[in-house]
Design a protein around this ligand. Structure first.
Ligand SMILES: C[S@@+](CC[C@H](N)C(=O)[O-])C[C@H]1O[C@@H](n2cnc3c(N)ncnc32)[C@H](O)[C@@H]1O
Length: 263
């Protein structure tokens, strides 16, 4: 379905989010990233050391820097000029050898065919209107036999009908709905763990809800062989550190990870 949001609209939204986003993430207020998503995703990704790696939708580079510190030779691509500028300032402050390029992950003409040994993407491929276009372009820049490893919001649970409902016995239960509704929308939320959360404006994030089969079938139709899917569960340690995670641990994964090889 054609989206009512273009890449340009997405970039404008992320430009507005950029400063508050980067400040909060760097201050450690993105607890879902630090205590749940990143530990699980880094384990899923495994060793990328000494490989040329593309980070598709790198944002202000928080995770790109993590991969670089673990030994990967990183190229980060993002379509928000402000996110990318924040990433570049950080690279000038502490050089990790990261190359940043302003582009959509659906069109990266500055990157040569078959020039990467792996591609990663963290929480960015559900934020663009053209997932099949992204798959085709990422496949182009990957060497044959190389992996694309990415995380997205779990499409079965992060739906338009998503809500936590408290039962009479005091238990939080998740409701989902409108799973098949692929109308683009703007999701609004903030990092609630931040001490000044109430003073921050909500992020406005264009979302392009798709079904699980849409992601899997487009990967396969784009010439990837699906190797693994992982649905990370919140750990007991994370629940002890942040009791708000308990309901997630009890019920569902917030994220899903894919590993696919260019055939
Ligand atoms: C939730 S942020 C994640 C950023 C980063 N990967 C991280 O984990 O911190 C999503 C990012 O995807 C970028 N994005 C959305 N659509 C894109 C596209 N078509 N091409 C490149 N970047 C895109 C946004 O600009 C934003 O920086």
């Amino acid at each position: 379905m054609a989206s009512e949001f273009s890449d340009r609209d997405v970039a404008l939204h992320w430009n507005q989010n950029a400063e508050t986003w980067a400040a909060n993430v760097r201050a450690g207020w993105d607890i879902y990233r630090d205590h749940y998503n990143n530990p699980a995703f880094l384990e899923f990704v495994g060793d990328l050391s000494a490989m040329e790696v593309l980070d598709a939708g790198c944002g202000e580079g928080y995770n790109t820097r993590i991969f670089a510190r673990r030994g990967a030779r990183m190229t980060g691509v993002d379509l928000s000029p402000k996110m990318l500028e924040l990433a570049r300032v950080e690279e000038r402050r502490e050089a990790l050898g990261i190359r940043y390029e302003l582009a959509s992950y659906c069109s990266m003409p500055m990157l040569a065919d078959e020039s990467f040994g792996a591609a990663v993407s963290t929480m960015a491929l559900m934020d663009g209107p053209d997932f099949p276009g992204a798959m085709g372009e990422i496949r182009r820049v990957l060497k044959r036999g190389s992996d694309l490893i990415f995380s997205i919001l779990h499409p079965c649970f992060s739906t338009k009908g998503f809500a936590w409902v408290r039962t009479e016995s005091g238990e939080d239960r998740l409701t989902v709905g409108h799973y098949f509704d692929d109308t683009a929308r703007v999701d609004r939320w903030r990092f609630n763990a931040a001490p000044n959360a109430a003073e921050n404006p909500d992020f406005a994030i264009p979302r392009f809800d798709q079904t699980l089969s849409f992601y899997v079938n487009n990967l396969i139709e784009s010439g990837f062989v699906l190797r693994a899917i992982h649905e990370p569960r919140v750990t007991e340690a994370a629940v002890i550190a942040h009791p708000a995670f308990a309901k997630w641990r009890a019920h569902v994964p917030l994220f899903i990870y894919f590993r696919a090889t260019k055939s």
